[in-house]
Design a protein around this ligand. Structure first.
Ligand code: ATP
Ligand code: MG
Length: 483
């Protein structure tokens, strides 16, 4: 067998040598014909195949998506095997990426199969004047054995695409969107959202709350992020709703930023009062992308949705006979309604895009319509409470860098006696720190702040009791006058 391959090889080599000698004396058509035959013979003898992935395919405005994903994948998975590397900062990225340079080759292994990647570029024709630089002619050459073609075409390229996209998502500059329309340079509306870079520093480490509750939330987020297949299996859209409720300054907005930083998602801050109709809400929603958090802050103040659904339904039942067919649909499309919002959260449209988190925040849980926050819509209800001693310890570590101190016992007792928001406690710790005071002085200042709050609370309570007593006496007097 080996002998017959060697024989074939030497025959091809002799043929190529002869052809090179005489090719200039052969007419053009015949030369073309021979070139075709030679190509066929070489392909027959060569056990390897190649796939080229060009950066641009005819359309010079849009980079090929597979090329971009391949570049990201190779920079993360294979570039450490190369000798010549190059670093660059992509358009949408905020982290430099290092990938192997042109004319370098690296290997990759997928399911036990080895493939070769070669980065190259076609030099521009110097006789033509081109608007585009030579960079626009870059390409990757993927070489593999013929027997692995099915695996490479079917699974390997898909693997490159999804892994590469993940790398790009992790590297991208995350954005904070708000629903005020952005305009292009002609002045036309180009998107329902405008954005700035999202750079909030809050993380779960800096968030002061009960450690057990924090752990529970992190576990829930991880389960969600890794749940693509699970959601598909159970036939549910890949999204999750969180309701954050609690008094002002307890960390609801900080929690949203911490979640966004943890999951590396974009944030869409939806200002519902700026949305006029259900149709507009749907349009806005369609323009959001996956791997994002849609936030509606202070949902109780955003819309007059509280408890109105039931009343409306009863009223509708009474007016059923007088109503013209199709009237309700017209109403729903000319204004924003609770049913429009519910549809936004879990109607059919909510499934487009996938991997989305919806967060509502409120200071007044009791004001919300139960339909809006029922499990399934808002899957997890998270109470952000006044500062507990456990939460204080996180703040103390972050603000003054201590885990223990003599004054902690006093602070523990005081925090049990008075309702202080973490925002107020943080302020108490910051005050002296800004004047370069030592840790003891910082804690002393905090104790004073808590004591003052305790006194104010006691005073307020006494005043309320006095007012209530006054009211009782006046009603008693009135009733005795009447009798
Ligand atoms: N739980 C917390 N952990 C760490 N810092 C906190 C916490 N709560 C509040 N803070 C601090 O107080 C500031 C205000 O908090 P935040 O805006 O998150 O409160 P909120 O609950 O959203 O208030 P509001 O209901 O008024 O919107 C934050 O910038 C943060 O520094
Ligand atoms: Mg807030």
């Amino acid at each position: 067998m080996a002998e017959s391959w060697a024989g074939l090889g030497s025959a091809i080599a002799s043929f190529l040598f002869l052809y090179a000698m005489v090719k200039d004396h052969i007419p053009f058509q015949l030369r073309q014909y021979f070139a075709h035959i030679i190509h066929k013979v070489i392909s027959f003898a060569n056990p390897y195949q190649q796939i080229t992935i060009h950066e641009y395919n005819g359309d010079y405005m849009h980079r090929d998506k597979l090329y971009a994903a391949t570049q990201a994948y190779l920079s993360a998975a294979c570039s450490f095997r190369a000798h010549k590397l190059k670093a660059e900062l992509g358009q949408e990225s905020d982290k430099p990426s290092v990938t192997f340079d042109n004319y370098e080759e690296v290997t990759d292994t997928f399911r036990g199969v080895t493939v070769w990647w070669y980065a190259s570029m076609r030099l521009p024709n110097s006789k033509t004047i081109s608007f585009y630089s030579e960079d626009e002619r870059k390409y990757y050459l993927l070489t593999f054995h013929k027997r692995d073609r099915k695996l490479v075409e079917g699974e390997y390229l898909n693997h490159i695409l999804s892994e590469g996209r993940d790398v790009m998502t992790r590297r991208r500059q995350r954005k904070l969107f708000t629903n005020s329309p952005s305009r292009n340079w002609y002045g036309y509306k180009s998107s329902a959202w405008s954005h700035v870079a999202f750079e909030h520093p809050a993380t779960f480490d800096t968030l002061a709350m009960d450690p057990k509750k924090k752990e529970e939330i992190i576990d829930d987020l991880v389960t969600f992020r890794e749940g693509k297949e699970y959601y598909k299996k159970i036939g549910k859209a890949w999204k999750r709703g969180y309701l954050l409720y609690g008094p002002p300054g307890t960390g609801k907005s900080s929690m949203i930023a911490a979640i966004a930083n943890f999951l590396e998602y974009d944030v869409y801050d939806l200002e519902l009062t700026a949305v006029k109709t259900n149709t507009e809400l749907r349009k806005i929603f369609i323009e959001t992308t996956g791997k994002s958090i849609i936030v509606v802050e202070d949902i109780d103040c955003s819309l007059d949705l509280t408890g109105k659904r039931k009343e409306k339904k009863e009223k509708n039942d009474e007016e059923e006979d007088q109503k013209l067919p199709g009237k309700e649909e017209t109403d729903d499309n000319t204004k924003l309604t609770l049913s429009g919002l519910l549809n936004f959260i879990d109607g059919l449209w909510s499934a487009c895009g996938g991997e989305r988190i919806i967060i509502f925040t409120t200071n007044h849980l009791e004001k919300l319509d139960p339909a809006l926050i029922r499990r399934g819509r808002m899957d997890m209800h998270i109470e952000m409470s006044y500062c507990t001693f456990e939460a204080f310890k996180v703040l103390a570590q972050n603000y003054v860098g201590i885990l223990e101190h003599d004054k902690f016992d006093t602070i523990r007792t005081l925090l049990c006696e008075v309702n202080m928001s973490p925002a107020d406690v943080a302020e108490g710790l910051m005050l002296k720190k800004s004047r370069n005071a030592d840790v003891g002085a910082c804690l002393e200042n905090l104790i004073k702040v808590i004591e003052a709050a305790k006194e104010a609370e006691a005073k307020k309570k006494a005043q309320e009791e006095l007012a209530a007593k006054g009211n009782e006496e006046s009603t008693e007097e009135e009733s005795s006058v009447i009798s």
